[in-house]
Write a protein that binds this ligand. Structure first.
Ligand SMILES: [Zn+2]
Length: 469
């Protein structure tokens, strides 16, 4: 089977291998422990306890095959970057299945030994945060090796001396593939080994393998693949592993419209990793040209969650034409198993260089900052009887409420003001909560409440949560 045919099979048959117990990014160490316990019974895999996190959570090394060429993959050294961990369990499902792809599995088994180290930072994952429990970024600890997780990763790396390494991360959804309106769904990099970014033999092979993957995966998401910044970072693992002689490939899972839980990006990871194994086993990457790698556009930070364009904005009676960008920030709930949104104004002015996942041309509409309703003080339980559309039509995006216990967010489609400062007119400022009203001929046509757009004419829109101001 050709590499492309294989890629298409994987892409189309993905559901057969999807690990259905993982559905959202905020799964925990206990969730993957269950999965590891399940595959312990499968003789395809060898499972070893590799070590412990700072808080004593077990980090495992799972291996497959007995071939000469060693491949080492590690994921989630940043605790809130979970996409590849999900994909690894899909890949394990593929490797332990029995079906028409038995031949390729056999080839993997004979030519490769593949080592997986999913969730390198389980303490960070527990809190769904980037850093470990000391607040250390493990990917800046490859030299000093102070964190237990970095020590462990380096120890396993040195023991394996793998031919290929896959450093699996998630990147900001604000990256576009070059100067385009296409989000960088995946970004690759063959990290540099020094400031001069010279091409070593190992880096060359990594770049060629990326060229191969770029061509294959571009068939599914043309224009959506980028290259991560190749600036040398002396403290990062990828750069050091490349220097120590392993052809190292960084894969960053980026953004995709309406894929909040990154399940489509997960599927792309699944296809990418298995295609990489095939190319390594068959050495097909050697036929690729470095120019292909060089031609991959770099990440540019041009994507925003929402951009509203061509708005008329008055301050002190003076008029300006502005665009406004809004960013939807995810804030973890206390148990870090879920999140709410706390959205902010990202930028205002000429934003013609930016692109919105949702991009609205609001020419002819005026914009104002949302107002606070304070004519009567409500109690929280009264809010359920409110006609919110009516509130919005009057320009209100927030409401003063007495005795509101929550300190963070609320389930109503409006923001709650606990301590009223009594200010009526507010200007639109960067980093302030994303609450806006849009009028035409003085009639409110749209509102934005906590970053979510609502059409007041036909009552359409979904405001996922309000916040407490
Ligand atoms: Zn990362």
């Amino acid at each position: 089977m050709s590499d492309l045919e294989f890629a298409k099979h994987l892409y189309n048959e993905y559901e057969d291998y999807l690990e259905r117990s993982l559905t959202i990014r905020r799964f925990k160490h206990s969730d993957i422990l269950q999965l590891i316990n399940k595959i312990k019974n499968k003789d395809k895999f060898k499972i070893k306890k590799a070590g412990l996190s700072s808080q004593g959570r077990e980090i495992y090394l799972i291996s497959f095959g007995a071939g000469k060429t060693k491949v080492f993959l590690w994921s989630q050294m940043h605790g809130d970057e979970a996409t590849a961990t999900m994909a690894i369990f899909d890949v394990l499902n593929f490797l332990s299945s029995q079906n028409k792809h038995d031949e390729i599995r056999k080839e993997f088994e004979q030519k490769l030994t593949i080592y997986f180290m999913p969730m390198v930072n389980p303490d960070g994952a527990e809190l769904f945060q980037r850093r470990n429990i000391f607040g250390i970024d493990i990917n800046r600890d490859a030299l000093r090796l102070q964190s237990d997780e970095a020590k462990l990763l380096m120890k396993i790396f040195k023991k394996l001396k793998a031919d290929f390494g896959f450093n699996l991360h998630d990147q900001s959804n604000q990256y576009s593939a070059g100067n385009s309106s296409k989000p960088a769904a995946l970004s690759f990099l063959a990290p540099a080994t020094d400031e001069k970014r010279k091409m070593t033999a190992e880096r060359n092979n990594a770049a060629k393998l990326i060229a191969k993957l770029f061509k294959l995966i571009s068939c599914f998401i043309p224009g959506h693949i980028a290259k991560y910044s190749d600036e040398f970072e002396p403290r990062a693992f990828g750069d050091n592993f490349q220097k120590l002689g392993t052809s190292t490939i960084l894969i960053e899972s980026g953004g995709w419209k309406d894929d909040t839980e990154k399940q489509f990006i997960r599927r792309l990871n699944f296809v990418t990793l298995l295609c990489a194994f095939k190319s390594i086993a068959e050495k097909s990457y050697l036929k690729e040209k470095i120019q292909t790698y060089d031609s991959i556009p770099f990440n540019q930070e041009l994507m925003r969650d929402i951009v509203f364009r061509n708005l008329i904005y008055y301050v002190d009676g003076k008029k300006c034409l502005v665009d406004i960008a809004v960013t939807l920030n995810e804030i973890n709930t206390k148990d870090a198993k879920n999140f709410y949104y706390k959205s902010v104004i990202d930028d205002i002015g000429d934003l013609s260089t930016l692109r919105g996942y949702n991009d609205y041309n609001f020419r002819g509409l005026t914009v104002e900052y949302g107002k606070t309703y304070r004519e009567r003080i409500f109690a929280v339980e009264e809010l359920k009887d409110l006609n919110f559309t009516e509130m919005y039509r009057n320009g209100f995006t927030s409401i003063v409420v007495q005795n509101c216990e929550s300190r963070e967010y609320n389930q109503f489609p409006i923001n709650i003001v606990k301590k009223d400062c009594g200010e009526n007119e507010e200007n639109i400022k960067i980093d302030s909560p994303a609450n806006l009203i849009f009028r035409k001929n003085n009639v409110v046509k749209f509102v934005v409440v906590n970053g979510f757009l609502f059409n007041t004419e036909d009552s359409l829109g979904n405001i996922k949560n309000g916040i407490i101001l």
